[in-house]
Ligand binder design. Structure first.
Ligand SMILES: *Cc1c(COP(=O)(O)O)cnc(C)c1O
Length: 438
């Protein structure tokens, strides 16, 4: 059992670093992703923990306890992970033995809240020690932007500038992005998501921005990865399972990688089911295909519209491809099948699934049908159905009830600036005092 791993690059061309450096740097200097050099075993206390944050503390203490003292980590996790994580058994139809783990009860109603909130507080802790200020730049078209903005808002040494393509996100998503938050500037870019991403990338290497300490908070940061192990452990704890399969609606494969880390640490996982939409790179590889990337296509489950899943490189660094194929079963669900799954699950069990969760439920159903395997399956529910009223209206003719987190936003103060596409326009909006203090 190795406690407190260092982090190496997936590309092998850089020295190993501490968790603190991996967190603050995001990407290794050779362009690779940071992976732990060893996987700490789960502490035996995970089965007896009294609450989610208590279990999270026991698990993460083994990963980062030498860098973040327990008396800092305990309140940090209690604050970051302060929302419920219910495990809901489905009943009816052929669904007995299928459970939904609802990861959408955080402030921005998607599973991204776990990673973003924990990462923000860990960064805040390390930066306070260094007396540094950083500016986080994020280009977003979906859940990441609002989770990051909400997670980092009010963290003393951190500013967030988030860019999104004007007119190309849903009204609900836009409201979640532009609600006024301390330390957060939203920029509506008159361009596409690709323009936003290019502006962020160029700002990182621009000389005018060199005096700013810029950082990123995308899904490849280890600070988002480690918290994404925790709810897998909590699901097994709640269900009391001897052995269980996990079905994960996937895009960049960060969520799934969190589960693989938990399994390598000793969580009794049988198989993972990788549930993808029409963007099917990973299911093709798992079925024995070549590692050929295709451009992403737009689907109803838009947070999973990823042509090149960035965490695939990390999964391959953790396990050889044959081992990935043995442990993970993959499938690709098209939009009409997603709508049919929303209807089928609603009719057979009464459960209301958002389009991402519906991809997962359909994948779990296919797995059980294809294999006859009756091991319990936990399907991760990655977003609240109220984030996608348009899709649910199309599938069922009804709109989901609006949860309190969204209702609160209606009528709240908003703050957004509209800018042209182009890196020079972004540079004008980076906080000047951050530059002075860095
Ligand atoms: C980000 C996201 C996903 C995909 O997660 P990855 O870690 O990128 O695989 C799935 N569902 C929702 C709702 C998301 O926001």
């Amino acid at each position: 059992m190795n406690l407190h791993p260092a982090y190496r690059s997936t590309r092998g061309g850089a020295a190993s670093v501490s968790f603190e450096d991996a967190l603050l740097e995001g990407l290794a200097p050779d362009g690779g992703l940071f992976v732990p050099e060893a996987i700490p075993a789960l502490p035996s206390s995970w089965r007896s923990a009294g609450s989610f944050p208590e279990m999270a503390l026991a698990v993460l203490d083994r990963w980062i306890g030498h860098e973040v003292p327990r008396d800092v980590l305990a309140p940090l996790l209690a604050d970051a992970l302060s929302f419920p994580v219910p495990l809901v058994p489905l009943r009816g139809g052929g669904w007995d033995g299928v459970y939904v783990l609802e990861l959408f009860h955080g402030p921005t109603l998607s599973f991204k809240d776990f990673g973003a909130r924990t990462m923000a507080r860990l960064m805040g802790h390390f930066l306070a020690g260094r007396q540094e200020t950083v500016t986080i730049l994020v280009a977003t078209s979906g859940d990441t932007g609002s989770a990051v903005a909400d997670g980092f808002a009010g963290q003393g040494n951190i500013r967030v500038v988030l860019l999104y393509p004007a007119g190309q996100v849903s009204p609900t998503q836009e409201l979640q992005l532009i609600v006024a938050r301390p330390g957060v500037q939203a920029l509506a870019v008159r361009g596409t998501f690709d323009d936003c991403q290019r502006m962020v990338k160029e700002a990182f290497v621009h000389e005018a921005a060199a005096r700013l300490r810029l950082s990123s908070a995308n899904s490849i940061n280890v600070g988002r990865l480690l918290p994404q192990m925790l709810y897998y452990v909590w699901a097994v704890h709640q269900g009391g399972f001897e052995r269980v399969h996990f079905c994960v609606p996937s895009g960049n494969l960060g969520n799934l990688t969190g589960g693989v880390l938990a399994a390598l640490g000793g969580l009794p996982v049988g198989r993972f089911i990788a549930a993808h939409n029409a963007n099917d790179f990973f299911p093709r590889v798992l079925a024995g295909g070549a590692e050929t990337y295709r451009a992403s296509v737009r689907t109803l489950s838009n947070a999973m519209d990823v042509g090149v899943p960035s965490n695939y490189e990390r999964l391959r660094a953790l396990l050889p491809v044959e081992e990935l194929r043995r442990r993970i079963w993959g499938t690709s669900v098209r939009d009409e099948e997603t709508l049919a799954a929303i209807r089928r699950v609603r009719a057979e069990t009464g459960y209301l699934a958002d389009p991402h969760t519906a991809v997962g439920l359909e994948a779990a159903r296919r797995y059980r049908e294809a294999t006859g395997d009756v091991t319990p399956v936990v399907v991760l529910s990655t977003a609240h159905p109220a984030k996608f009223p348009e899709v649910l209206r199309e599938a069922l003719g009804v709109e989901p009830e609006v949860p309190e987190q969204l209702a609160r936003l209606r009528g709240a103060a908003t703050s957004v600036r509209s800018i042209e596409a182009g890196t020079e326009h972004l540079l004008e909006h980076l906080p000047a005092d951050a530059a002075a203090r860095a």
